[in-house]
Design a protein around this ligand. Structure first.
Ligand SMILES: Cc1cc2nc3c(=O)[nH]c(=O)nc-3n(C[C@H](O)[C@H](O)[C@H](O)COP(=O)(O)OP(=O)(O)OC[C@H]3O[C@@H](n4cnc5c(N)ncnc54)[C@H](O)[C@@H]3O)c2cc1C
Length: 396
């Protein structure tokens, strides 16, 4: 891969909206990513391997649970800083951001919000340092967009619960030490259970042959009469709203992350277009290339403003699920379109590992589907503005 010459676009001077601390942390993560992730990521993606050796460094720059309070090992940072960290990680690769999102918002968040004090003390500090890796099991082979239909279930069996079922498409599952698993009790109510690696009857096989998020590890969670200690149930909240609130936090991070991927594609296309000569002129001098670049920076700037405002609302505890849906959907779609246009500007070179474009494009094909598909988020906006759900939504 060519050396990382990334320069962040800031067309509307958004830096003026960030505090010095927010900019310092963003720049630290940017430098960390440039020095440590960029040089190796293409190779790991080509080999379809998660670069596990990055875990301690990612923990050090605050990628795991940035907004979790300091007493539980987190960094106690605000929501905009969390977003900026996700932006910088996805600027390099969506797979690295995915691993950090899952650890922070889908594992640490539910333990922090809904766990007992003992669970928080047992898991959060180790998840923050990366000593433990977590995963989040909601999706099932037959229940993706409709998680309320899940069949994974547990029964009270005296001094423990007996867990049965299977989850699919679970980021980090093959390397996870603990899985936050969403399952129904005997009355059909959804609860979160903390299932640990090594529990009898619990396996997490890897999902192979992905063309997307190749530097992120994905797998299944299979439960065959797994005896889960009763103290491993998250006591603070039950019902579908519990996992959905975690998804709000993760989708918020994705909205920022997608901007990172888009910025990288735009920056690369802008530089390439000024350096690449055809017909004795830089291709940046052709109107059709300028149109592509001008549209890219317009869309990035709109997404940056939308997401900054969402961050302010989230920090104030006012961001709604529907507002988060709008930003996730808009930004991922924007990034995917920019990746495709940037690929064209790079001509044939755009399909090679010399540039990050094709990797971003393939990664974003997962990001547009996971954590609620592009269309489901549109329907969430539709439901919000009309008050009429057009898809089943049992949990609300
Ligand atoms: C790489 C990767 C990592 C993932 N990581 C995790 C993870 O860590 N944990 C986890 O729990 N899950 C994870 N997922 C699962 C992800 O969240 C689901 O793939 C997603 O929710 C969509 O579910 P599905 O794939 O079953 O698609 P389906 O729900 O079958 O949808 C297929 C198509 O039908 C459309 N559709 C469905 N219902 C409707 C409707 N009512 N109206 C209109 N259109 C509809 C969808 O928009 C989509 O286009 C991951 C997925 C991927 C690809």
């Amino acid at each position: 891969m060519a050396s990382d010459r990334f320069q962040a676009p800031d067309y509307y001077q958004l830096d003026e909206l960030y505090t010095d601390e927010q900019k310092l942390i963003r720049d630290t993560v940017r430098e960390y990513a440039k020095a440590n992730i960029s040089p190796i990521i293409e190779d790991f993606a080509q080999r379809s391997e998660y670069p596990k050796h990055l875990i301690p460094g990612l923990a050090e720059v605050g990628a795991f649970g940035p907004y979790i309070p300091v007493e539980y090992g987190g960094a106690g940072l605000d929501q905009i800083t969390y977003g900026l960290i996700m932006q910088e990680l996805e600027r390099v690769d969506s797979g690295i951001r995915s691993a950090a999102s899952v650890q922070s918002s889908l594992v640490m968040y539910p333990i922090w919000k809904y766990g007992s004090e003992e669970q928080k003390m047992k898991y959060l500090p180790k998840l923050a340092t990366g000593e433990m890796i977590g995963c989040f099991g909601l999706t099932e082979p037959d229940h993706g967009s409709n998680p309320s239909g899940m069949i994974t279930n547990f029964k009270d069996n005296g001094d423990h619960y007996l867990l049965n079922g299977a989850k699919m498409w679970i980021t980090n599952s093959p390397i996870a030490d603990v899985a936050v698993v969403w399952a129904k009790d005997e009355s059909g109510r959804i609860h979160g259970l903390l299932v640990e690696k090594g529990m009898e009857g619990f396996t997490a096989p890897e999902t192979k042959d992905k063309w997307s998020l190749r530097a992120s590890i994905t797998g299944e969670l299979v439960f065959d009469n797994v005896k889960v200690p009763k103290e491993n149930l998250l006591p603070g909240r039950s019902g579908l709203g519990a996992p959905l609130s975690c998804l709000d936090s993760a989708r918020y991070g994705i909205a920022w992350g997608a901007i990172g991927a888009a910025m990288d594609c735009y920056d690369s296309a802008l530089r390439y277009s000024k350096e690449r000569i055809q017909f004795d002129r830089p291709i940046a001098s052709f109107q059709l290339v300028q149109k592509k670049l001008a549209e890219m920076i317009t869309e990035i700037t709109k997404a940056q403003l939308l997401t900054w405002r969402l961050g302010v609302l989230r920090e104030e505890g006012k961001a709604t699920t529907a507002q988060i849906s709008m930003a996730k959907r808009n930004n991922v779609d924007m990034a995917l379109k920019i990746a495709r246009e940037a690929r064209q500007i790079h001509g044939g070179m755009g399909i090679t590992g010399e540039y990050s474009i094709m990797r971003h494009m393939m990664n974003l094909e997962s990001v547009v589907t996971y954590e609620g598909t592009h269309d489901i988020h549109l329907l969430i906006t539709g439901m919000d503005i009309t008050g009429i759900p057009s898809f089943r939504n049992d949990g609300k």
